[in-house]
Write a protein that binds this ligand. Structure first.
Ligand code: GDG
Length: 499
């Protein structure tokens, strides 16, 4: 499938398909999972365009252009692969992206490995992406680059004399100055970001952190406040900077959650775990998601409030992710040990088991059945760009008879503050108390809170997000730029701190 001129060109680390080899030796394109894919897939299908990314395999891969073309036909938009060698994947993806930027931008600097070779690999791979983008796009196209793997792409494209409009959206948080300063390549990275025409961040707090770093480190940069979107001028280029909280395809989630298949799945879960409230945690295996502290809070609630024993069960689904990285393998063992400890202390022979733990990926229908069955969602990341699971849970709670407990350090907390029970994930007793509060909350309050949450997610869904980003990129009159979700974008008033 060939893209027309003047279209949307999406660039992300991964294509929304992974290419896997079957036992027969044939390669197959499998639709991918994860926040970015979930968010953008309905939008690209709706608008059409090209998606450029790494197909998820390395040098041993043969030419997959035929499989890509077939996947393009099915997807309804063009796909272009960026081939990476195994060494590039190690240095750029496992190294710079996941051992430097991911922990640093989630304020976990002690987990960073600032290996200089990683930065070289990052630059090389970003340049490779830029070559493919230049080849696949025309000057009228809008190029939309996603996430922390590809912060240098605009700078590389400018070096190749590409003058198209280029936007960037950061899906993870932008760290405060004191943390960002630790990055050995801080100047190069900031300058590279200012090669974009628009830099979008999840929350006003992230935007504040970013502009503070620009002000502190790039002395010749000038930042002006212009309503919802700020302007940074540096070396002759003006970059717009805005906060655009990502969201979900609310109607699709709601519709599917109402299906007979999902309803049956939810009933089955309740039948398997009867006479108790089901508390749900679903996360990728990641140290930012706060799973061990959450388990400790669950243990704490059972210790301090014995009356809740046998009345609640925690279903904790951990979706395999980044298993090649040692840190993640250690986290998995820790989660499994804690689960064993809690079940060993509290389970009753032949009866109640406090923690139901699954280490696997769920099918979409299973996921929705878990959302629909859960009386309480326990989402307690230590830090999260947004957290789509929280929004999906609200969309799927069609009976509006359930409670969302949410970390105040998730980007979603700003938007969901008024309906959710917000917690500090580091405060084990505080989270335990919130579980008890959710358990005891009366039906009228549960409904009122969930109704409010659902309205907010419905009004600011993923289509709203894409529109807001694209309009901020192309509008001539920034002063007329519409007010965005809730109080996300009121500069100087709310930095996204919900408490
Ligand atoms: C990054 C940022 C930001 C999860 N388990 C299963 C499954 N999922 C889907 C969920 C959801 C997505 O994966 C997870 O998205 P999150 O937003 O919660 O988290 P990250 O993957 O860390 O995403 C995050 C996001 O980017 C978007 O900007 O919100 O802050 O870290 O959509 O539904 N899907 C299926 N089975 C599972 O077992 N099918």
């Amino acid at each position: 499938m060939q893209a027309k001129r003047g279209q949307l060109v999406v660039v992300s680390n991964r294509l929304p398909f992974a290419f896997r080899r079957e036992p027969s030796g044939r390669w197959r394109a499998l639709p991918g999972a994860g926040g970015l894919v979930t968010a953008l897939l309905p939008v690209l299908r709706h608008r059409g365009g090209t998606w450029i990314g790494w197909p998820g395999a390395s040098e041993s891969m043969p030419d997959l252009s035929q499989e890509l073309a077939a996947a393009s036909e099915d997807a309804g938009y063009a796909l272009r692969g960026v081939a990476l060698t195994a060494e590039e994947v190690r240095g750029f993806y496992e190294g710079f992206a996941n051992e430097v930027i991911w922990p640093l931008f989630h304020d976990l600097q002690s987990l960073c490995n600032f290996d200089p070779g990683y930065w070289q690999a990052y630059c090389t791979v970003n340049r490779k992406f830029a070559y493919v983008v230049r080849e696949a796009s025309s000057q009228e196209d809008f190029i939309w680059v996603h996430d922390y793997h590809l912060m240098n792409v605009a700078a590389e494209l400018r070096r190749l004399d590409v003058a198209s409009r280029i936007g960037f959206f950061l899906h993870i948080p932008f760290p405060p100055l004191d943390i960002f300063l630790k990055l050995p390549w801080r100047m190069q990275l900031l300058e590279a970001l200012l090669e974009y025409d628009l830099v979008g961040l999840q929350t006003v707090r992230d935007r504040h952190n970013f502009t503070q770093c620009v002000r502190a480190l790039l002395k010749d940069a000038r930042i002006e406040g212009r309503g919802q979107v700020l302007l940074a001028t540096h070396r002759g280029r003006t970059t717009r900077i805005g906060a655009f909280p990502i969201s979900i395809d609310y109607n699709a989630f709601m519709r599917q959650a109402a299906s007979a298949e999902v309803a049956a799945g939810a009933r089955e879960l309740h039948a398997l775990l009867p006479k108790r409230k089901l508390i749900l945690g679903i996360d990728r295996l990641d140290y930012t998601k706060g799973i061990p502290l959450r388990l400790k809070a669950f243990q704490n609630v059972l210790e301090r409030y014995p009356e809740l024993r046998e009345r609640i069960s925690l279903i904790q689904v951990v979706v395999p992710s980044r298993e090649d990285i040692a840190e993640y393998r250690g986290l998995k063992s820790e989660i499994e040990q804690l689960t064993g400890k809690i079940n060993g202390s509290f389970a009753r022979p032949g009866g109640w088991v406090p923690v139901w733990y699954a280490y696997r990926s769920l099918s979409r229908m299973e996921l929705l059945a878990y959302y629909r069955a859960a009386d309480i969602a326990l989402i307690t990341p230590l830090k999260d760009g947004m957290n789509l699971v929280a929004k999906e849970y609200c969309a799927c709670s069609i009976e509006e008879d359930c409670v969302l407990i949410l970390s105040e350090f998730a980007g979603a907390a700003v938007q969901l503050a008024k309906g959710a029970l917000l917690v500090n994930p580091y405060d084990i007793e505080g989270v335990a108390d919130a579980i008890r509060l959710a358990y005891q909350m009366d039906a009228a309050e549960r409904r009122a809170r969930m109704r409010r949450l659902r309205r907010s997610v419905r009004e600011h869904d993923v289509f709203w997000w894409v529109d807001a980003f694209l309009r901020a990129a192309i509008t001539k009159d920034l002063d007329a730029f519409p007010i965005a979700a809730d109080h996300h974008v009121v500069e100087g008033v709310d930095f996204g701190l919900p408490v």
